[in-house]
Write a protein that binds this ligand. Structure first.
Ligand code: NAD
Length: 452
């Protein structure tokens, strides 16, 4: 299937329970973006399922247990009616999916995006289960989402959606049950609204969400954590490819939380960003694009393609830019059968969840691209979320340096354990990561007596 038709395919799944005047808005990408880069024909769920099947087959996990560990424990779907500034009530769908809680309370972000659907949330919840196990933090896996066009809404509208969603899912949440966090189009402010709404019913409970603002018991270092974690991965893997930061070039797809922090921290190390995109377009410069200046420009309301001194390029061409490291940090399925062959990087660090389809993964293997998979590469966010939760439960605060050091210890450990497993078995990092994660979850479930 052509990549262009595939985007439309995905849009068809993004329906509110009721048709509204905003329906046509839902069909277009958020943030008023121009032509976005193409996405794959396979869903995030197909992608995660493929890697899960491959690992469980290699482990020799019994068929009945595969069903237990693949299917989610609990799925909640709710209606979110909200009056928008056009005077109409619009109805969105909200999901919270708790995939597996064998290793601890459910943990996972909440995404606001018109393309959110239940299968995508299932896929992301399952990824969280393996991710927390690979990182070795005591959580299970969950995910949530609302199919609203958050990028096109006013802050007060986003707030109304956040509060309504929390009201409807609070019964399955709790600091020892399920702890949400930010994801695409949800940030520290949205977490503050969630905490406030939960607090109206349960009293002040900062440990109910992570990724909160610093002034509301958020953790130092949380906002940067996922991007910083990706850079820790680069530092571990660089010697393996003979890369030194001073001569490393990189490109970033998606300049939001994960992408902009990864870019700025890579730049601090001495690496040079040569191309970057967001939903509004893509830019390229062989002389380098200053990540700090671009961040300030975008934060002040500038459109990424209008950044001065660089060339504007077709977002579809970003993937073919020559660089040492490519960091996808936007949505799932952006590296697919139709474009993977164009890639000219040596290392791929998956900041986004499920950015690479199985077919693209095979192509990258043939091209000898060293892939650091999402389940490990982007675990920095949940690791520092864990630190935030620990601080909240004890009502004290660590300094940023302490948070970053502890994050580094965990990310390095994860990389070393997974790469050692990969070497032992002669398999790529992704397969090794899934093996490590699934084995840990199965062991926890067995030890609890949940399965035999
Ligand atoms: P975000 O909303 O802050 O940023 C997303 C970025 O992607 C924005 O710059 C947006 O413009 C851009 N984008 C959207 N569509 C695009 C397209 N078609 N082409 C290019 N860019 C596009 O979200 P985020 O929190 O940075 O999350 C990004 C990815 O990282 C997601 O896959 C998310 O699940 C994953 N992730 C996030 C965290 C976290 O802590 N925030 C943790 C783990 C994984």
């Amino acid at each position: 299937m052509a990549a262009e038709t595939s985007t439309a395919e995905r849009d068809r799944t993004d329906k509110s329970p009721e048709t509204t005047d905003r329906e046509s808005d839902n069909a277009k990408p958020s943030s008023g973006e121009a032509k976005p880069a193409s996405r794959a024909e396979v869903s995030n769920l197909d992608i995660v399922r493929h890697y899960f099947d491959r690992a469980t087959e290699k482990m020799g996990l019994r068929e009945d247990l595969r069903t237990v560990f693949w299917s989610p424990y609990r799925e909640v779907t709710v209606q979110i009616p909200v009056k928008l500034s056009d005077g109409d009530v619009h109805v969105y769908s909200g999901y919270r999916i708790q995939h597996n809680g064998a290793r601890g309370p459910y943990k996972g972000g909440i995404r606001f995006h018109p393309e959110v659907d239940i299968d995508e949330v299932r896929a992301l919840a399952s990824l969280m289960t393996w991710k927390t196990a690979i990182a070795g933090v005591p959580y299970g896996g969950a995910k949530g989402g609302v199919n609203c066009p958050a990028g096109d809404l006013e802050p007060k509208e986003v707030q109304a959606i956040a509060r309504s969603f929390m009201d409807k899912i609070e019964k399955v949440l709790g600091p020892t049950r399920d702890i949400p966090a930010p994801d695409v189009n949800t940030n520290a402010q949205v977490m503050a609204w969630f905490m406030d709404e939960y607090g109206k019913l349960h009293g002040h409970t900062p440990a109910i969400v992570t990724g909160k603002p610093i002034e509301l018991e958020g953790s130092h270092g949380r906002e940067a954590a996922t991007g910083r974690g990706c850079v820790y991965m680069f530092r571990e893997a660089a010697p393996h490819l003979g890369l030194s930061p001073a001569s490393t070039t990189f490109a970033v797809q998606g300049f939001g939380n994960v992408g902009s922090w990864a870019a700025r921290i890579m730049q601090q190390l001495g690496c040079k960003m040569v191309a970057v995109s967001d939903a509004s377009g893509a830019i390229h410069s062989e002389d380098g694009i200053d990540a700090d200046d671009l961040y300030a420009f975008v934060k002040d309301g500038g459109k990424l393609p209008d950044f001065e001194g660089v060339d504007s390029i077709d977002p579809d061409d970003l993937i073919g830019v020559e660089c040492d490291v490519f960091i996808p940090a936007a949505l799932g399925g952006m590296i697919h059968e139709g474009n993977a062959d164009k890639m000219r990087c040596r290392m791929l660090i998956e900041g986004a969840n499920s950015p690479t389809t199985p077919a693209a993964d095979e192509i990258l293997k043939d091209k000898d691209v060293y892939v650091i998979p999402d389940v490990m590469a982007n675990a920095g966010g949940v690791v520092v979320s864990y630190f935030e939760w620990v601080q909240n439960l004890q009502h004290f605060r660590w300094e940023e340096r302490e948070v970053n050091d502890k994050l580094g210890t965990i990310m390095r450990r994860a990389y070393r354990e997974v790469s050692a497993r990969g070497r032992e078995e002669g398999i790529p990092l992704r397969e090794a990561a899934y093996l490590v994660g699934i084995e840990r979850v199965v062991e926890a479930a067995r030890t609890r007596g949940y399965v035999d």
